[in-house]
Design a protein around this ligand. Structure first.
Ligand code: AMP
Length: 282
């Protein structure tokens, strides 16, 4: 496995693989890799001859009051984990390599981004769409892998690829959890011991909501109310949102009469965590 820092090096390597007739999968990440990322790398390794992992904390997707500076980074750890799961190339650029002086073109989306995380993180999806478009243009993979953990991001990327006729297959992969249910996240490292325990309200409320759906509850208001009640009982938790939306439009719905996403964002202390379930997975 190679680690490269420049766009030219990625292009040269992928060009060589293409000349050999090999297929290429891309796993975009912000690094500090864990088992969630590993599952994406495994999936790419299974489906493709070669796998590229991008490891880049993208400044453009962070708001001014967010955790860009403190976001955890550990490229040696990432390299070992990625290699163990079949990665062939890590692209680990500096911000200046991705955003040269005078950079002024963006990929933005007017629908899907106005709800859920888009409301509390207004610049986030513009940053995501722009960096993912750049990565697609740099690597030109056959397939790209995204986690259902970031459900709205997955929907946004699928929509972008459709709108802009990008010839890359988007694969959504299941949420990987800790043994006690907490969804794996690089941001879990911010949690103190007490916060780590408190953070279980996220996965517990997701379980509660999905069990209500499984038993036939179709009233979104009732499901949301039960989930909010459970989360609010934890003093360290502060709800950002608990919502059920149409999977195709990300608009809130009242009744579960179409494929839907139940998504939550909760502050545990200062750390904002997300979790979700797709009704189609129940
Ligand atoms: P990040 O490094 O947090 O930007 O995540 C990179 C990719 O890994 C995104 O597609 C995420 O959805 C995915 N991912 C992060 N955590 C998990 C998880 N617990 N299970 C599955 N995929 C995940």
């Amino acid at each position: 496995m190679k680690i490269v820092n420049t766009i030219d090096e990625v292009r040269a390597q992928v060009k060589q693989w293409r000349a050999e007739g090999l297929s290429v999968g891309l796993v975009p990440t912000m690094g500090y890799l864990h088992e969630g990322h590993a599952s994406l790398i495994d999936a790419s390794h299974r489906d493709n001859d070669r796998t590229v992992v991008s490891d880049f904390v993208n400044p453009m997707q962070f708001g001014p009051a967010e955790d860009l500076e403190s976001y955890p980074r550990d490229i040696e750890h990432d390299a070992a984990l990625a290699e163990a799961h079949g990665c062939d190339l890590i692209f680990h650029p500096e911000p200046e390599e991705m955003y040269h002086e005078g950079f002024s073109s963006f990929v933005d989306m007017t629908v899907l981004t106005q709800e859920l995380c888009g409301l509390s993180r207004p610049v986030h999806f513009r940053g995501v769409c722009t960096v993912v478009s750049k990565l697609f243009n740099i690597v030109k993979p056959d397939r790209a892998y995204f986690g259902k953990k970031d459900a709205q991001q997955l929907a946004v990327i699928r929509h972008m690829v459709d709108d802009l006729n990008v010839d890359i297959e988007i694969i959504g992969c299941p949420i990987i959890r800790e043994a006690d249910g907490l969804a794996r996240s690089s941001r879990n490292t911010y949690l103190s011991e007490a916060e780590r325990k408190a953070a279980l309200v996220l996965s517990q409320s997701i379980k509660l909501g999905s069990e209500m759906v499984k038993k036939g509850e179709a009233d979104c208001g009732k499901i949301i109310e039960a989930m909010k009640k459970h989360i609010s009982a934890e003093p360290l938790a502060k709800i950002d949102y608990v919502k059920i939306v149409d999977l195709a439009t990300m608009q809130q719905i009242e009744k579960l009469d179409r494929p839907a996403l139940c998504a939550i964002a909760v502050f545990i202390g200062k750390t904002r965590l997300i979790d979700n379930f797709f009704t189609e997975d129940i």
